[in-house]
Design a protein around this ligand. Structure first.
Ligand code: RRO
Length: 316
C-alpha cells in the first residue's frame, strides 16, 4: 500500500514552530519592505532582513552582482536602509502569522552592533537577531569570524547587550582546527542558540574571457561566491558545527536550488535552510517549488518529518 499521508516540513526551534524549513538568506529579497512582504507572502516559513548597519548605506559601486553558470559573485558592500527601518518593520510585523522574523545585524563596529542589540531589546519584540560575523565585501574590513580573538570579545559583549536567544552568521571555514577553535568559542555562550553556515565564500574572482575583465567593479573584481560553487563547503560547515555544537541549532545556507540540496543540508544536521542565490535568480516562487521537491523526495524515501533524517548522514 503506498503511503499517502502528508509530509510534515514544519520546524520547532527557538521555542516556536514554523510552518516549513525554508527561508531567505539575508541579503536576498529583503532590503526593502515590499521584498520582505513578498517573502512573507510566499511559501517561505520565516524571513530575515538585509544585514543592517546603524546608518543607511548605499553600498559599493555597480556592477556589484554577477550571475554565472554555477552561481553568483557579489560585492554589494552592505547596502541597506539602516537599522531603524528594519526595526520599524519589526514593530509592525504580524508575528501571529506564524513565520518568525529574524533581523540580520552587521554593525560597522562592535559598539554599533551593541547599540542595535540594546535598541532591539528595549523594543521588546519577538524578532530574533542573527548577527553577521562574516560580511566579506566592505573594503578594508576583515571578516570578524576569521578573527577568533575579536569574535570572543564580540560574543561576550552580545551576551551583555541582548537578554534573549540569538544567532550568528558564520563565514565558511576550511580547516578542522578552525572548526574546533570556533566551536570552543561558540560553546561558551548558552544563549547563542543557532549558527547559520555559511556566508558566501569570500574574495573569489570571476573572469570574463571575451572582455578579459573581471565581472564586478568593487575590490578589483573580488567578491563572495554563492550557488553551486559553495554547496560542498556549506555542507561541510553544517556537518562539522552540528557535531561540535550540541544543543545549538545549525541553519544551512549555501547552494540550495532544489529539494535535493535542502535534503542534503538537513541530513548534514541543519534545523532550517536558507536560500540565497537561487532566490535572487528565481524570486520567492522558489520556496514553494523547493518545498514541494523536498516533500516529494521525503515521501519517496518514506520519511514523514524532518526529524526522521536530520543529522543522520552516514559515513563509510
Ligand atoms: O552586502 C554584502 O556585500 C554582503 C554581505 Br553584508 C554578506 O554578509 N555577504 C555577502 O555575500 N554580501
Amino acid at each position: 500500500m503506498p503511503d499517502f499521508s502528508p509530509v510534515d516540513l514544519s520546524v520547532t526551534w527557538l521555542g516556536r514552530t514554523m510552518p516549513g524549513c525554508l527561508y531567505n538568506a539575508s541579503g536576498v529579497w529583503c532590503r526593502e519592505e515590499d521584498e520582505l512582504e513578498a517573502v512573507r507572502a510566499s511559501a517561505a516559513a520565516a524571513l530575515i532582513s538585509k544585514s543592517a548597519t546603524l546608518a543607511p548605506r548605499e553600498g559599493n559601486p555597480e556592477p556589484r552582482y554577477h550571475r554565472t553558470a554555477l552561481g553568483s559573485i557579489n560585492s554589494m558592500g552592505l547596502p541597506n536602509r539602516g537599522f531603524a527601518y528594519y526595526l520599524d518593520y519589526a514593530r509592525r510585523y504580524d508575528y501571529a502569522c506564524g513565520k518568525p522574523l529574524f533581523l540580520s545585524l552587521s554593525g560597522m563596529t562592535l559598539e554599533d552592533n551593541l547599540t542595535m542589540l540594546r535598541t532591539l531589546a528595549a523594543a521588546g519584540l519577538p524578532a530574533i537577531p542573527e548577527i553577521n560575523l562574516s560580511c566579506p565585501n566592505v573594503p578594508g574590513k576583515p571578516q570578524l569570524g576569521y578573527d577568533f580573538v575579536a569574535t570572543t570579545e564580540a560574543l561576550n559583549a552580545f551576551d551583555q547587550a541582548w537578554p534573549g536567544r540569538y544567532g550568528v552568521k558564520l563565514p565558511p571555514y576550511f580547516d578542522q582546527a578552525h572548526f574546533a577553535a570556533m566551536a570552543e568559542i561558540l560553546n561558551r555562550h548558552p544563549r547563542l542558540a543557532f549558527v547559520t553556515c555559511i556566508n558566501s565564500i569570500g574574495n573569489g574572482l570571476v573572469v570574463d574571457i571575451d572582455s578579459e575583465a573581471v565581472a564586478i567593479k568593487p575590490k578589483d573584481g573580488l567578491g563572495g561566491l554563492g550557488g553551486d560553487y559553495v554547496l560542498p563547503t556549506a555542507l561541510a560547515n553544517v556537518r562539522e558545527f552540528y557535531r561540535l555544537l550540541p544543543g545549538k541549532d545549525i541553519v544551512g545556507c549555501g547552494g540550495v536550488r532544489s529539494g535535493r540540496e535542502a535534503f542534503m543540508h538537513i541530513l548534514a544536521g541543519a534545523r532550517a535552510v536558507q536560500v540565497g542565490t537561487c532566490l535572487y535568480h528565481e524570486g520567492p516562487a522558489a520556496f514553494a517549488r523547493i518545498a514541494a521537491e523536498l516533500a516529494e523526495l521525503m515521501q519517496a524515501k518514506g520519511y514523514r518529518k524532518l526529524d526522521d533524517f536530520r543529522g543522520r548522514l552516514r559515513t563509510l
